[in-house]
Structure formats: structure tokens, C-alpha cells
Design a protein around this ligand. Structure first.
Ligand code: ATP
Length: 645
């Protein structure tokens, strides 16, 4: 039986004494772009509390073009009700009030934006942040598995469940995902993914958390929800994002719009994810996530397990003393990027690799070797040509095979992590001894890329290996070989000259891809060639790697010749079934073992690039570096798992 509604508070905008069917409006609790949210009481159920979301009056909508309405949201939410972390609708709780659609749903608590703002320095403790990150990821996975992309993933759209059995915030809370106003179904009725739409318009979600693809007005896929999720995770841990100003929002003092600033910094963060951190040194698992997301395609089904593993390997304790981000004159929060102070030193101790590396993560903390990783200065200095990577079939968790698939660029920070990690144990005589202190040469600033000739003949130019000796004449001996320097110069050589596999020309499409981080290769005739090349690379990689580990270092030259031969064979497409089999064996190697082999190979190839600048060698180097990245990430994941258990 309908009861008299309770006394209404003054701030109720729906109108005095409003009843929406049996639900009596109590107070306003939220206000978005196209709707308002009120707390209501169910007068049929002992005044149990619920929430109602109702369309704003048309003239109060921030953006009339948004198209988002409660009516469309109801349709999406109905499809997602079997997905646990999605906000529950009350059956029969839909209707219109003065022409405005409304829906009754469960009443949730504070949203993540409010909770973060109420935390000291806007940071959430790492242990709780990890739990929240996993909950949010689960929620997104559930939505994706149900065939939808949310497209407006932001902290305000995750709210605390406060019903029976809810966990307290002290243990991370229980999160529900809300606001499906601009969600979109990405599969057809048969569950097949819809093709990417071209010429997509302005994005309608939040600028702060929008993926780079949203800024570029591209069609959004599952990966874009996950980019937003990554920004949320970074913000929870860091207390801010680089594109936020000291006032926390729009960069009012900047000559660029907030959107432009966010886009530029997000673009930079693709190359160098460390700029996402106020310390200039982002946690390696987050770097890995960024590298992984960057490697995904529009239609890629994300590897949620891998993302979970990365989050699980995040430190549970704050790694550095609390630090306030300095605000630059223009109001931007600028990562400090302390200059690295590493004295020149040897790359590898000359002894054989130890059998067992020390754990990379002990109780969530990084292996001591990881600390030796020099902060990235002003962007990546180890870019390698996109064509250095190949596309390969994927197993779950083998994301680097896919990640570096096709035209992905190499993630410099990860590569250095791998090298440094290896450095921590490979060659330290007693396996039990703590890793020797690591000395790396300070990275040499990248020279400005050469300007293309005025006559536009850049496309005919051959990729060149720069003269390393000329750039750093005093450090040319094998004993003080400097990987940073070497990779930096190789990277510079390809800045403007896209190396197209087996061809020495540049394509505007590929160049565009490298600028935008867009990696789709639909219709790319070179993709299958790269795949074949990749198989061959891996086959020979294992054999030569084992040889090299057993051989004295003088044997490297011979190994290099064999590799070049193999590369030429791959380019001609003369590949065997055997190559595929060896590759599969290589994949089964213990990641640490693979890393050990690959570290030797990268080192060996780097030394020889100086003497023989063939493009194949550069490709090899890129491929090998990518593989050592994979090994490093897999090491992290493998070692983190028992810790979590
Ligand atoms: N079920 C709920 N329980 C409690 N609070 C809610 C609920 N749903 C939404 N809110 C609150 O209301 C606010 C606005 O809701 P919502 O984001 O759905 O509206 P919107 O118009 O789509 O917003 P925006 O324009 O920001 O996307 C949310 O940030 C949240 O704090």
C-alpha cells in the first residue's frame, strides 16, 4: 500500500512531495552531464533506501549532443544485470516523470573520486589501491565479456557497494561500476566483434581519463576502457596525473587547452610511461601494463589475467617517502626527472650466468638490481623501428609475442629493466651471493633526428647505423660497452626513417602509426612476412643463444654471421616447420633462462652493430630486446604469484 512520502529536504529539485511510483524522493546525491541522481525510499519496503537516476531537464543538460539518456542507459543496464560488479536495477523501477525517464537502482556509497580526494595527498595506500585496481579490472572484464565497452571509465563511475556482506574500505571495499550512458555494444547478435568504425566524432567521456585513441577521435574498443583504468590506477598511487594542474583540473593558465595538454602528455607517456609518475620512475608492473596496452589492437581481446598479475606484483608498501609534486609556473605538475648519475662501467661481468637468479620481487619490493635502472630522460632513448617486431600467434600470457606483434615499437624502459635485472645476477659467481652493485653509463642524450631533405627524397634514404665511435670515442672498448648509448643511437637512426621490413623505404602510414601509437595493420602486406621472419628469428635465437652461453665471447662474431644468414633466409621466405617447433620450445624455457640467453644475445649484437650496420642486424637487436622484455615481465609475474598466494 502506498504510504505518505517523508518530509522532503529543500534541495530536492524534482519538486516538493514527489513520488516516483512507490519511491519517495529524499535528497539529491549526484549530478552529471545529462542526469541527476537522488536517494529515494521504497515506501512498499519499510522505507528501504534506493537511488533514482533521472534525465535532466533539456535546458540543463551540459551537452545536448551527448545523446546519453536514462532510457538508453536502462537498455544497456538490463543486458548487464547478470554481471556482478554492475550497478543493480530495481525491476519495475522504470518510468517517466514529466517526460523525463528515470530508473531506480541500488543505492551505492561514495565513488572512487570522492574517496581519493579525501585521502592524504590524494593517494590511496598501495595495498588498498591494488585491491581496488583488481576490482575495477574485474568490473570492466565483466562488462566486456557481456559485449559492452563502457567508454567513460573514470573514478566517479565506480561507487562502493554498501549492501549486505560489503567489505569495508579498510580492506579495499566492494566496487560497482555505474553510468552506462555512453556505453556501446561492440559485438553483433552472434557475438562477433563489430568492425572498427572510421571517421569517429568527438569523444564524450572524461578528458582526464580518455585514452589516446579517444583524443584522436578513433573508434573505441576494450583496450580504451583499460587505458582509462590504468590512468585511474596511476592516479590512486601517485595522487595525480601529469596532465592535471596543481589545482587538480583544467590547465587554465596554459596556452593549450586541457584536452591538448592531456593528449600531448598521453602521447609522450606511450614512449616513456615513467612520466606518469611524479617521481619520474613508474612502478615496473605499471610500465608493463602500459607497454602491453600499447601493443593491443582495436579488436584485441585484452589479457585480463596478465593485467591482474601485473597489479598483483605491485609493491604493497609505499616505495618512496611522500613527496609533493612541484607545480611549474604554468600550473602543470611536472615530473622532476632527476638526472641519472651512473658512472661508466662494464655491461656484463665476464663470468658465466648463475643458475638461479634471486627473486625479482621480495614482498612486493623490486629486486635491488631494478633500482639501478636509470630514469628515462626526456622520452625514450631506445626506440627501435616498428618493423623490428613481428606478429605471432598468441597463447594466453604470451602477450609479448603478440604485444610486439606487427608494428609495435619497443618499450625502452622495459628493455632496460630486463637488462638491469639480468645484470643483477648473470655472471655473479656464487649463486647465493647478493647481486653485485650495478654500474651503467649515463644515457647519452639523443641527437636531434636529421631533417629530411627539402626535395622530399627522404623515402629513398637507407636506414643507417650512426657512427657510435664518433659519438662516444672514449668508450668504444668491449669492456665498457654502454647499452644505453648503443640503443639510443640506433633508435635515433630510425626516428625519421621508418624501416620497412626487407624494404628500405618509409611509408607515410607507418610513420603515422609510430606518431600516434596506432598499431592496426589491417591489410598490411608485410605482416605475414614479419610473422615468418619472427619464427625464423626465434628458432635461431635459441640455438645461438645456447651456443653463445657455452662459447667464449670471441664466438660472437660467428654467431652474428649465422644470424644474418638466417635473417636473409627469412626475408626470402624460406622457412621450415622446424623453425616453428624451435620457437615453441623457446617459449617453454624458464623465463629467467630465456632472459639469460637473450641478454647475452642483445649484448653480442649490440657490439657488432658498430662494425656491420646491416638493417638485419638492427632488426635482430630489436627483436631480441623485445624478447628480453617479455622474459622480464614473465619473471615478475612468475615470482609475484607465490607471494600473493
Ligand atoms: N546508484 C547510485 N547510488 C549512489 N550514487 C550514485 C548512484 N548512481 C550515481 N550516483 C552518483 O551520482 C553521480 C552522477 O551519476 P552518473 O555518473 O550516473 O550521472 P551522469 O549524468 O551520467 O554523469 P556524468 O555526466 O559525470 O557522466 C555519480 O558520480 C555518483 O556519485
Amino acid at each position: 500500500m502506498m504510504r505518505t512520502p517523508p518530509l522532503l529536504r529543500k534541495d530536492v529539485k524534482l519538486g516538493e512531495g514527489v513520488n516516483l511510483q512507490r519511491w519517495a524522493v529524499v535528497k539529491r546525491i549526484g549530478d552529471g552531464g545529462f542526469a541527476e541522481v537522488y536517494e529515494v525510499l521504497d515506501t512498499f519496503k519499510d522505507d528501504e533506501k534506493f537511488a533514482v537516476k533521472i534525465d535532466k531537464l533539456l535546458d540543463k543538460r551540459k551537452d545536448r549532443r551527448s545523446g546519453g539518456t536514462v532510457k538508453t542507459e536502462i537498455q544497456v543496464l538490463r543486458q548487464l544485470q547478470s554481471c556482478p560488479p554492475v550497478c543493480r536495477l530495481v525491476p519495475e523501477g522504470e518510468g517517466t516523470y514529466e517526460g523525463r525517464f528515470y530508473m531506480i537502482m541500488e543505492l551505492l556509497g561514495a565513488n572512487l573520486a570522492e574517496i581519493r580526494h579525501s585521502s592524504p595527498q590524494g593517494r590511496i595506500q598501495p595495498q588498498a589501491a591494488k585491491k581496488i585496481a583488481l576490482d575495477l579490472l574485474n568490473a570492466l572484464e565483466g562488462v566486456h565479456k557481456a559485449g559492452y565497452i563502457h567508454r567513460d571509465v573514470k573514478p566517479a563511475n565506480f561507487a562502493l557497494y554498501q549492501g549486505p556482506g560489503a567489505r569495508s574500505m579498510a580492506t579495499g571495499g566492494d566496487w560497482r561500476i555505474i553510468d552506462f550512458g555512453i556505453a556501446r555494444r561492440f559485438v553483433d547478435d552472434d557475438g562477433n566483434p563489430l568492425p572498427k568504425r572510421e571517421a569517429f566524432g568527438e569523444f564524450r567521456g572524461s578528458t582526464t581519463y580518455a585514452s589516446i585513441h579517444a583524443h584522436l577521435k578513433q573508434d573505441l574498443g576494450r583496450r580504451d576502457d583499460l587505458w582509462s583504468w590504468l590512468y585511474i590506477v596511476v592516479e590512486m598511487l601517485e595522487g595525480t596525473l601529469p596532465w592535471r594542474t596543481s589545482s587538480g583540473d583544467a590547465s587554465a593558465n596554459s596556452e593549450h587547452s586541457p584536452k591538448e595538454t592531456a593528449q600531448r602528455l598521453k602521447q609522450e607517456a606511450l614512449e616513456n610511461p615513467h612520466i606518469l609518475s611524479i617521481t619520474g620512475k613508474l612502478s615496473e608492473p605499471l610500465v608493463a601494463i602500459s607497454a602491453y596496452l600499447r601493443s593491443t589492437f582495436f579488436e584485441t581481446e585484452p589479457d585480463y589475467d596478465l593485467l591482474q598479475e601485473c597489479i598483483a606484483s605491485l609493491p604493497s608498501m609505499p616505495a618512496v617517502p611522500e613527496q609533493k609534486p612541484p607545480a611549474a609556473a604554468n600550473g602543470h605538475v611536472t615530473p622532476p626527472h632527476p638526472p641519472p648519475q651512473h658512472p661508466p662501467g662494464r655491461m656484463w661481468p665476464p663470468a658465466a650466468p648463475a643458475t638461479a637468479p634471486p627473486p625479482m620481487f621480495v614482498n612486493g619490493a623490486a629486486h635491488p638490481a631494478m633500482h639501478a635502472m636509470p630514469p628515462m630522460a626526456n622520452g625514450s632513448y631506445a626506440q627501435l623501428p616498428p618493423a623490428a617486431y613481428m606478429h605471432m600467434p598468441v597463447r594466453p600470457h604470451d602477450f609479448y609475442w603478440r604485444g610486439y606483434g606487427a608494428a609495435t615499437q619497443h618499450s625502452a624502459p622495459l628493455q632496460h629493466a630486463a637488462v638491469n635485472y639480468m645484470h643483477g645476477y648473470a655472471g655473479n659467481a656464487p649463486a647465493q651471493a647478493p647481486p653485485a652493485p650495478i654500474t651503467l653509463s649515463a644515457p647519452v642524450p639523443r641527437p636531434a633526428p636529421p631533417r629530411p631533405p627539402a626535395n622530399g627524397s627522404a623515402q629513398q634514404q637507407q636506414p643507417r647505423i650512426p657512427d657510435r665511435a664518433a659519438a662516444r670515442p672514449a668508450a668504444a672498448s668491449a669492456s665498457d660497452f654502454d647499452m644505453d648509448d648503443q640503443l639510443g643511437h640506433i633508435g635515433s637512426a630510425f626516428d625519421d626513417e621508418e624501416f620497412d621490413f626487407g624494404q628500405h623505404n618509409s611509408s607515410s602510414r607507418a610513420a603515422k602509426r609510430s606518431r600516434t601509437g596506432e598499431e592496426e595493420l589491417a591489410g598490411d602486406g608485410h605482416a605475414s612476412k614479419r610473422a615468418r621472419f619472427g619464427q625464423a628469428v626465434c628458432a635461431r635465437q635459441q640455438r645461438l643463444g645456447q651456443q653463445l652461453v657455452q662459447q667464449p665471447r670471441e664466438g660472437v662474431g660467428e654467431g652474428l654471421l649465422e644470424m644474418k644468414e638466417m635473417a636473409a633466409m627469412a626475408a626470402r621466405g624460406q622457412l621450415s616447420q622446424g623453425a616453428m617447433e624451435v620457437r615453441n620450445k623457446l617459449r617453454q624455457l624458464d623465463p629467467a633462462e630465456g632472459l639469460s640467453i637473450l641478454a647475452w644475445l642483445v649484448d653480442a649484437l649490440s657490439r657488432n652493430v658498430q662494425h656491420d650496420g646491416t638493417p638485419q642486424v638492427v632488426q635482430w637487436l630489436g627483436k631480441l630486446a623485445a624478447f628480453s622484455d617479455e622474459c622480464a615481465v614473465r619473471c615478475q609475474a612468475t615470482r609475484a604469484r607465490p607471494q600473493e598466494a
